[in-house]
Design a protein around this ligand. Structure first.
Ligand code: BGC
Length: 481
C-alpha cells in the first residue's frame, strides 16, 4: 500500500535551482564602488570640492536635487562596511580615491587627514583578507583643476600623473594593484560632449581633446606606478558594449560604425594598439588639441604602456540608426544626443528591463568579450570591473530584501562570462556593481545598484538576498574542482 507522503505530485514540482555558472575555482571575486558615490564627508577633514560637488549645487542637474555630500557616509563607516565585505567572502575590493580629498587643489600640498582615511581603509581591507584595488580617477576632478581648464588642458594629465605618484608612494607598501581611470568614454561623452554629467560642458565633438588628455593621463599614471617597482600591477577600467545597426541599410551601418568607433575603439585602440581607430578620429584629435603628427605619435606611445589587467565594465548593448527626420529619439538611452548628431539610438524591444529602464542582455557581455579578444591579440587578462543592475527593492514586512531580479541578472551575466572563457577569452575576475546602494550620478539616490540596501534617511544598511546568493556562489565556486 502506498502512502500519500511518498508521492510527489507532478503538478506541484519542487522548484529547481538554476545551475551555477561554470567558473574556475581560482576566479577572483569582488565588488566595486566609487568615492563620490559612497564616501560623503564632502567637506570633512580638509577635503576640497570636486566637479560633482559643484554640479550638484546647480538646479535641475540631479534628479530630486540630490547631492553627494553625505551619500552612504562610508567615510565614517568604512570599518563596518569592510566587515560586511569580509563576510561576503570577496577576494578583491575596487574602490576609488577622491583626488580632492588627498590634494584639495588637485596638485601641491597633500591633505594628510584625507590620505589617512585611505591608509586606514587599506589596512582594514588587508586585515579582512581582501586585496585593495583602488581606481585613481572615477570622474571626480578637483574643482580647482576644472577652474583651470579641466581635461581640456594637457597639464591636467601631468597633474594626474603627479597624484598617481603620490598615491603609490603613500600606499604602495600595501597596495600592489591599481586601476588608473574609470570609463574615459562615458566621462568624455556625458560630461564634456553632453551636459548630463559634471562638468557639463556640452561641446559635442569639439571635446575630443578631453579624450586625448584622459588617455594621456592614463599612460602617464601607468608610468608613475611602474616607476615604484615591478611588483605593482596596473590596468585601466573601460566601459564596453556591442553596437549594432538597426538595419542592414548602408546609412544605419555607417551610423553604427561611427558610434562604435567613437564610444569603444577611440578609447581602447590607443591603450591596446597604440593608435587611434582611424584617420578621421586621429585628425579630429590632432586638430582640436592642436597637436603635430609627431606629438600625436609620441602621445600614443605614452598611452599604450603595457598593462597587467584590462578592466571591462558592461551594462547594455546599443542599437543605432541614421537619424530619421522628425522622429523623436528622447528617452531611449539614459542620455539624449543633440539632433545634429549623425547617429541615433533605437529602443531594444523584446527583452527584460531594469528599473533604470536599461535592457537586460547578458549575451552582449559574451559578445563584447569575444570582440575584444579578436580585435586585440595582446589583450591582457580581463577583469569584469563592473556589472550590475538597478532594481528598487527594499526591505519587506519580514525585513528581508527579496531582490530576485538581481540574482537572475547576476547569474545570467556570470554565465555569459563563463561562455566567453569557454570561447578562449582570458577573464580572471568579476566585480559586482555595487557593494551598496549609492549616489547614482545624475539619477541621485533614485537608482539602487547595491548588494546591500541603504536607507538614505537613516543610513541603515540591510543585506539584500542577492548578497547572500553572491556569498554562497563564491563559496561554492571556490571549493569546486
Ligand atoms: C559607472 C558607475 C555607475 C554605473 C551605473 C558605470 O558607468 O562607472 O559609477 O554607477 O555605471 O550607472
Amino acid at each position: 500500500m502506498s502512502t500519500a507522503s511518498s508521492v510527489t505530485s507532478p503538478a506541484d514540482p519542487m522548484p529547481v535551482a538554476p545551475p551555477d555558472p561554470v567558473l574556475p575555482s581560482g576566479f577572483r571575486w569582488g565588488t566595486a564602488t566609487a568615492a563620490a558615490q559612497i564616501e560623503g564627508a564632502a567637506e570633512t577633514d580638509g577635503r576640497g570640492p570636486s566637479i560633482w560637488d559643484i554640479f550638484a549645487t546647480e538646479p535641475g542637474r540631479i534628479r530630486g536635487g540630490h547631492t553627494p555630500a553625505v551619500a552612504c557616509d562610508h567615510y565614517h563607516r568604512s570599518a563596518d562596511d569592510v566587515r560586511d565585505l569580509a563576510q561576503l567572502g570577496i577576494d578583491e575590493y575596487r574602490f576609488s580615491i577622491s583626488w580632492s580629498r588627498v590634494l584639495p587643489e588637485g596638485r601641491g600640498t597633500v591633505n594628510q587627514r584625507g590620505m589617512d582615511f585611505y591608509s586606514r581603509l587599506v589596512d582594514e581591507l588587508l586585515t579582512a583578507g581582501i586585496r585593495p584595488v583602488p581606481t585613481l580617477y572615477h570622474w571626480d576632478l578637483p574643482q580647482a583643476l576644472q577652474s583651470a581648464g579641466g581635461w581640456l588642458e594637457r597639464s591636467t594629465s601631468d597633474a594626474l600623473a603627479d597624484y598617481a605618484a603620490i598615491m603609490v608612494d603613500a600606499l604602495g607598501d600595501r597596495v600592489h594593484q591599481w586601476w588608473t581611470l574609470n570609463e574615459m568614454n562615458v566621462h568624455t561623452l556625458y560630461g564634456h560632449a553632453l551636459t548630463d554629467h559634471a562638468p557639463a560642458l556640452g561641446m559635442g565633438l569639439d571635446c575630443m581633446p578631453v579624450a586625448h588628455n584622459l588617455l594621456r593621463a592614463h599612460g602617464l599614471a601607468v608610468h608613475a606606478i611602474r616607476a615604484a617597482g615591478d611588483h605593482h600591477e596596473v590596468g585601466v577600467v573601460q566601459q564596453h558594449f556591442p553596437v549594432h545597426p538597426a538595419s542592414d541599410s548602408p546609412e544605419d551601418v555607417e551610423a553604427a560604425d561611427l558610434f562604435r568607433i567613437l564610444t569603444n575603439w577611440t578609447f581602447a585602440d590607443p591603450v591596446l594598439a597604440g593608435r587611434y581607430p582611424d584617420d578621421f578620429v586621429a585628425e579630429l584629435v590632432a586638430t582640436s588639441a592642436g597637436l603635430t603628427a609627431g606629438q600625436l605619435e609620441d602621445d600614443l606611445g605614452v598611452m599604450s604602456e603595457p598593462l597587467d589587467h584590462y578592466g571591462v565594465n558592461y551594462y547594455e548593448p546599443t542599437v543605432i540608426e541614421a537619424p530619421k527626420p522628425g522622429k523623436d529619439y528622447s528617452g531611449i538611452l539614459e542620455v539624449d544626443f543633440p539632433a545634429d548628431m549623425p547617429f541615433s539610438p533605437v529602443r531594444i524591444e523584446g527583452v527584460e528591463r531594469t528599473d533604470f529602464d536599461w535592457p537586460v542582455v547578458p549575451s552582449g557581455l559574451t559578445e563584447i568579450l569575444r570582440t575584444l579578444h579578436e580585435r586585440y591579440p595582446g589583450l591582457p587578462p580581463v577583469t569584469i570591473t563592473e556589472n550590475g543592475c538597478s532594481y528598487d527593492d527594499g526591505p519587506g514586512p519580514d525585513g528581508a530584501v527579496h531582490d530576485v531580479r538581481r540574482i537572475d541578472y547576476l547569474r545570467a551575466h556570470l554565465t555569459a562570462v563563463s561562455e566567453a572563457i569557454a570561447a578562449g577569452v582570458d577573464v580572471r575576475g568579476y566585480y559586482v556593481w555595487s557593494a551598496m546602494d549609492n549616489f547614482e550620478w545624475a539619477a541621485g539616490y533614485g537608482e539602487r545598484f547595491g548588494l546591500v540596501h541603504v536607507d538614505f534617511d537613516t543610513l541603515q544598511r540591510t543585506r539584500k538576498n542577492s548578497w547572500y546568493w553572491y556569498r554562497d556562489l563564491i563559496d561554492r565556486v571556490r571549493h569546486s574542482r
